[in-house]
Design a protein around this ligand. Structure first.
Ligand code: GDP
Ligand code: MG
Length: 248
């Protein structure tokens, strides 16, 4: 796939990522932290009138230009009224709870179940997902031990578990970089240099300045585990694509 000359299309592939979780756990704060203060208006797509906010963030995943389109809810989660529009075309789900609020962790089960229902996926076909325990800075108010989050992530076969602090910035970039990697590795591995060159080191960069096409290695993440999947070179299951990842 080649990059379009069209200025609008600066990515090779894009993935819609949906953030869910109880109101107040810090979903919007995480997205704001991720996009940063330097963000110009073009990066923000506020469609609050119809209850949808999303931001675009460009990564370079091992040679592939990957745009994450990260969807937030505008408070509808409070009323459990996330619409079909939120779920449509979702390629990955980020489940967020607050480590200082046990209820928000317990209620994550509601969100985990509703995703399977809404995307009509069986457990095996669930799209890539990660679990985030946010507000890790509130250590003295912690109600959910790290091990419980890890255990849940294991049980649900999550692609990652992170404790983050949107307030301090801890792990915010790292978890979305890893997610960009996971998505590309799952759905478009052929775009990656490691696939082409049989090179085992994959790197992920955040595109911090889209206009100048400058790259900045944000947290120096490299993943040497790529070799695990090099043998397979599998495309995503067609059924998964149809069910969970139908076009936006
Ligand atoms: N201490 C702390 N507070 C946070 C953090 N993330 C969000 N908050 C606060 O939690 C409240 C709810 O955050 P918000 O992003 O609106 O949550 P949302 O309803 O899930 O979108 C706000 O007062 C935030 O300032 C964090 O990492 N640490
Ligand atoms: Mg919010």
């Amino acid at each position: 796939m080649s990059i379009s000359e069209d200025k609008e299309k600066i990515y090779d592939v894009r993935y819609k990522v949906l953030l869910v979780g109880e109101s107040g756990v810090g979903k919007t704060s995480l997205i704001r932290k991720l996009v940063g203060t330097a963000t110009n208006k073009n990066h923000m797509n506020m469609l609050s009138t119809i209850g949808i906010d999303f931001v675009k963030k460009l990564y370079e995943v091992d040679g592939a230009k990957v745009q994450l389109e990260i969807w937030d809810t505008a408070g509808q989660e409070r009323f459990r009224s996330i619409t079909k529009m939120h779920y449509r075309g979702t390629k990955a789900v980020v489940f967020v709870y607050d480590v200082a609020d046990l209820d928000s962790f317990t209620r994550l089960n509601f969100w985990l179940e509703s995703i399977d229902q809404e995307l009509q996926c069986s457990v095996e076909d669930t799209p890539p997902m990660i679990i985030i325990g946010n507000k890790s800075d509130l250590e003295d108010k912690r109600e959910v031990p790290t091990e419980r989050g890890e255990k849940l992530a294991d049980e649900k076969l999550a692609n990652g578990f992170w404790e983050t602090s949107a307030k301090q910035g801890t792990n915010v970039h790292a978890c979305f970089e890893k997610l960009a990697y996971t998505l590309t590795d799952t759905f478009s591995p052929k775009l990656m240099d490691t696939y082409k060159k049989n090179d085992r080191k994959a790197s992920v960069y955040q595109r911090t300045d889209i206009d100048n096409n400058e790259l900045e290695e944000s947290s120096g993440f490299t993943w040497g585990t790529r070799s695990i999947k090099l043998d397979k070179h599998t495309e995503p299951n067609e059924e998964v694509k149809k069910k969970c990842c139908s076009s936006q």
